[in-house]
Design a protein around this ligand. Structure first.
Ligand code: ZN
Length: 554
């Protein structure tokens, strides 16, 4: 390793996230790693004639953000769709869609994202509502959570599901009294056939079932999909994200990322899971082991298995251990039986793989922890750091189980109802007033000793870590009987840096700024510690450095 700095960032308020040396004034970088940290004069002494010197202007410098749960390929593709965030009522919806569709006369599907569950003002859109707006072209609105979508008649007919179709449990084409689809499509299997009209069918495979494209795309198809990834990576770089833990996946995505890397276009380190969906024979986990073996370096890695245990609260597909309010007897359908899931966890764990499970309702969280306990019973304790994704509702007695099992909580501050872009209602109504105090626990988990990693789940929510941090620092209790679930600034920053690294077993070389660690660095526009929590989203990322290379400067 060189002892001369290639880059020096000086005049900075460096928050290293390293407890041994929490602050510095300057950082020196060489060979993609941190060479040293210290005073401006001390670091200047490490410079040479060709050293690049960056004056941070007294602003905060942090380790690059670790985004612990997101979807890069769908996110990149959806940057090209209409965004309906904040659009409400038939008139506003018609205006937005009309202009968008008119500008794209040849597009086979008009696709809009971030549709509210009450987009018509007080209710979701029906097939008839959407026909009135766009009668002659296929139209699909997708909810922010990506678990529900709404289609018009042209889309349902073109996809061949206007008359309904039998689907696996947890998926539903909602039928109207007239015997035809009502427009609401619950979960991937239901709206997948409509999305396929867009010619973006490969984009969603990693989410739908983790399968590989069949037929395998040729060079132009691969180039098309690489463009989606590159668009997504550029969006992340602007927001200071230098590590991405992807939560959908297949080998194809890793191959495309490797192709981008060969072009010098990989601007963040990406980890991609094997997605186990449906109760497939456990021998398929050999594919997960193969991905873990074949992709295992500082930039591209796999090494974990993603599963979905349930859906989401808003559509009543999250699995809970009590009834949904106003729906006596309905608790949601788990996507895995307890028996299969326990066996799958034991087998993945035996292979040395990490497990990450989407579990939103308290019943899903409990069944997920049961599976992790079964893995421990089968294979003995190890530093597995299995993860639970989302945890929007939980039973109090499961907190101690998470601590005991060493399970990581991967939570999304921006998903908290009322904290940022997602409205408090109807989500809190669906939760039920008597369960508000068990909802969206973050501070409670952290105080109990559960390791916490932050994420956006982009494109479900805005990827911007600064906005997500604002939500984590400013959220208010849903009511007086709910605890304060905020984290303080340093704990919130840790959840986006050291906590994210811990959650992916990389805390030995990233997530903090220390000599020998990866030179993954974010320079902010101002001093974050001198900024009120409510104003953190007025900061911006002025430079993102990944592996010592500037990948964004604005
Ligand atoms: Zn997700």
């Amino acid at each position: 390793m060189s002892t001369t700095a290639q880059t020096i960032i000086t005049n900075a308020r460096v928050l290293t996230m390293d407890p041994a040396h929490p602050r510095a004034e300057a950082v020196a970088i060489a060979d993609g790693r941190i060479l040293a940290l210290g005073s401006g004069a001390g670091m200047a002494a490490l410079g040479g004639p060709r050293t690049e010197v960056i004056d941070a202007g007294g602003a905060t410098v942090l380790p690059g953000f670790v985004e612990s749960h997101m979807h890069l390929l769908p996110g990149g593709a959806e940057l090209d769709h209409l965004n309906l965030l904040g659009v409400s009522g038939a008139q506003a919806l018609g205006a937005a869609l009309g202009a968008f569709a008119a500008a794209r006369p040849d597009q086979p599907l008009i696709c809009a994202q971030q549709a509210d569950y009450a987009i018509m003002g007080d209710r979701a859109a029906t097939r008839g509502d959407l026909d009135a707006i766009l009668p002659d072209r296929p139209l699909l609105l997708v909810a922010a959570d990506h678990h529900t979508a709404w289609a018009n008649t042209a889309a349902l007919r073109a996809a061949g599901i206007l008359g309904g179709r039998a689907l696996d449990p947890g998926n539903d084409i909602v039928m109207a009294p007239d015997g035809q689809a009502a427009g609401e499509l619950r979960e991937f299997q239901a709206f997948g056939p409509v999305l396929a009209l867009a010619g973006e069918e490969r984009v969603h495979l990693g989410l739908v079932d983790g399968s590989e494209p069949d037929p395998a795309p040729g060079p132009s198809g691969r180039a098309h999909d690489r463009r989606h990834l590159a668009r997504g990576l550029a969006h992340c770089a602007r927001h200071g994200i230098t590590s991405i833990v992807n939560m959908d996946g297949n080998r194809y995505q890793l191959e495309l990322l490797a192709e981008l890397r060969a072009e010098g276009a990989l601007t963040a380190r990406v980890r991609v899971p094997f997605h186990l969906r449906g109760e497939r024979p456990l021998a398929v986990l050999e594919q997960a082991s193969a991905m873990a073996r074949d992709f295992d370096d500082d930039w591209l890695a796999s090494g974990f298995v993603k599963m979905f245990m349930d859906g989401v609260i808003d559509s009543g597909t999250a699995v809970r251990s009590d009834d949904y309010p106003d729906q006596p007897g309905w608790r949601g359908d788990a996507l895995f039986s307890a028996e299969y899931f326990a066996a799958a966890c034991a087998e993945a764990d035996r292979r040395g793989l990490q497990i990450a499970v989407h579990a939103i309702g308290c019943g899903a969280v409990a069944r997920t922890l049961d599976g992790y306990a079964a893995a421990r019973a089968a294979n003995g304790p190890r530093d597995a750091r299995h993860r639970v994704e989302h945890i929007e509702l939980m039973r109090r007695d499961d907190i101690a189980r998470m601590v005991d099992l060493g399970v990581v909580a991967s939570v999304q501050p921006c998903h908290v109802p009322g904290a940022l872009d997602f409205p408090a209602f109807p989500t809190l109504d669906m939760l039920g007033r008597d369960r508000w105090r068990d909802g969206f626990l973050t501070g409670t988990l952290a105080r109990a000793g559960v390791p916490v990693a932050f994420a956006s789940d982009w494109p479900v929510a805005d990827v911007c870590p600064l906005r997500c941090l604002k939500a984590a620092l400013t959220r208010r209790p849903f009511a007086k009987d709910c605890a304060d679930e905020r984290l303080d600034l340093m704990a919130a920053l840790a959840a986006y840096t050291t906590g994210g690294a811990y959650a992916e077993h990389t805390e030995g070389w990233k997530g903090r700024l220390a000599p020998g660690f990866a030179a993954d660095i974010v320079v902010l526009s101002r001093d974050i510690e001198a900024t009120a929590p409510e104003a953190i989203d007025t900061l911006s990322v002025v430079r993102t450095i990944a592996g010592g290379r500037t990948v964004w400067a604005g």
